[in-house]
Design a protein around this ligand. Sequence first.
Ligand code: NAD
Ligand SMILES: O=P(O)(O)OC[C@H]1O[C@H](O[C@H]2[C@H](O)[C@@H](O)[C@@H](O)O[C@@H]2CO)[C@H](O)[C@@H](O)[C@@H]1O
Ligand code: MN
Length: 442
Amino acid sequence: MKNKKSRIVLVGGGSTWSPGILKAMTTHLNEFPIEEIKLYDIDAERQEVIGEFAKILFKEEAPEVKVSYTTDEEEAYRDVDFVFCQMRTGGFDMREKDEKIPMKYGVIGQETCGPGGFAYGLRSIRDMVQMVNSVRQYSPDAWILNYTNPAAIVALALDKIFPEEERILNICDQPVNLLRSFASLIDYDADKLEPVYFGLNHYGWFTNLYDEDGKDRMPEIKDIILNGGFRPVDAEQRDQSWLDTYAMVEDMLIDFPDYLPNTYLQYYLYPEYKFSKADPTRTRTDEVREGREKKVFEECRRIVENGTAKDSTVVHNDAHGDMMVEVAGSIFHNLRKTYVVMVRNNGIVSNLPDDSMIEVAASLSINGPQPYAVGPIDTFYKGLIESQHGYEKLTVEAYMEGSYTKALQALTLNRTVVDAKKARQVLDALIEANKEYWPELK
Ligand SMILES: NC(=O)c1ccc[n+]([C@@H]2O[C@H](COP(=O)([O-])OP(=O)(O)OC[C@H]3O[C@@H](n4cnc5c(N)ncnc54)[C@H](O)[C@@H]3O)[C@@H](O)[C@H]2O)c1
Ligand SMILES: O=P(O)(O)OC[C@H]1O[C@H](O[C@H]2[C@H](O)[C@@H](O)[C@@H](O)O[C@@H]2CO)[C@H](O)[C@@H](O)[C@@H]1O
Ligand SMILES: [Mn+2]
């Protein structure tokens, strides 16, 4: 058991992911002891359900940990070591619009990719900037571990707006989830499989997967996928759309056999096919509302009513929560564990722009991420990433400058859109839907 205990605030405390993260905190106390956990949300109702659940969970599993919840910023951000951030500006109502509006114009609607991700990005930046400013007012040295999506846009915006910040780390759980699923194909412990990975968030590739003997297991894993398809390791917990998404890894591998792709590349490599398979009246938001959101809130309410979480199987501890807690532990206790995270490029991928926020494997120490050098990448990947980085950069600049032209350029560069007339139609519709959240684009 480590001696140093940390104080944490979970921003977006009323998130559907909170119970899993809180559970993961209780199961990692030996490596990551906690003094205090606060939950903060702007939605008091959601916050109360999860906050009351948290009190019961910790009373039963770790009564020494102080637990509270609040909608007050100062109370939330004062005197903390870690800010775990996972907010959703505009909630599921706006996510539904992000997914459904682009489809009216023949373009994919997705939470983080294409125009949906663009719209969500312009909403997230404002609240994320406010969060960083408030945190710095009340806890100048706290680490901000951000999961808020679209993480690619959020990471780039925060890097541009707070260039001196050294304690903001943006993370996605998809690489670690994929790693777990790859490892299960060869019956190997995922924690012992060392990845080499490069790209942007939701836009990257595994190039090698080394086992403990230094053998690259990637060729074997590719063969298994090419001969038997690909399913996530936790397939029984997944909705159909995620099973379809994982299955597309085989298609991508047939077409581009060099590396193992992040699942999100399906939207950029096969935009027409993905659009043809999508239902414009029922998107992922409908699945989440009827599935995860309903289940999580019903279960937390039941636990609060019964006063115990001991009999709960719904609130499990998955890769998402584990990773958030392990990343914090590796930083706080200088464990130097390797995770795939987002960092400013600065030559790590030697032939990509220095100012891009790339996603690569890094060792996490008390000094933050120490990324592993990747070197130059081949033309196909370089071309794809440069255009996507252009899209991300123009999106952030459109926000910062209030520029309609840059917004239009961003969407035109995005591989899910391409046609500038379509880009304009989608942009105009999104401007109308996001009036309450976006800066004015002139
Ligand atoms: N990086 C990753 O790989 C990863 C993985 C899973 C989820 N996520 C992200 O985590 C977030 C939560 O997802 P969810 O599906 O649970 O959504 P959710 O809507 O259930 O939860 C988000 C919570 O944030 C709150 N919120 C909104 N604006 C806020 C603000 N300014 N300050 C504090 N709280 C605020 C909402 O009231 C809500 O309770 C999303 O951004 C999602 O995209 C990221
Ligand atoms: O559509 P959602 O809200 O279910 O998820 C969107 C998120 O998808 C990825 O997260 C995966 C995660 O990698 C995996 O652990 C598992 O728990 O499922 C999640 C999806 O349900 C993605 O990395 C996130 O950025 C998305 O927010
Ligand atoms: Mn992600």
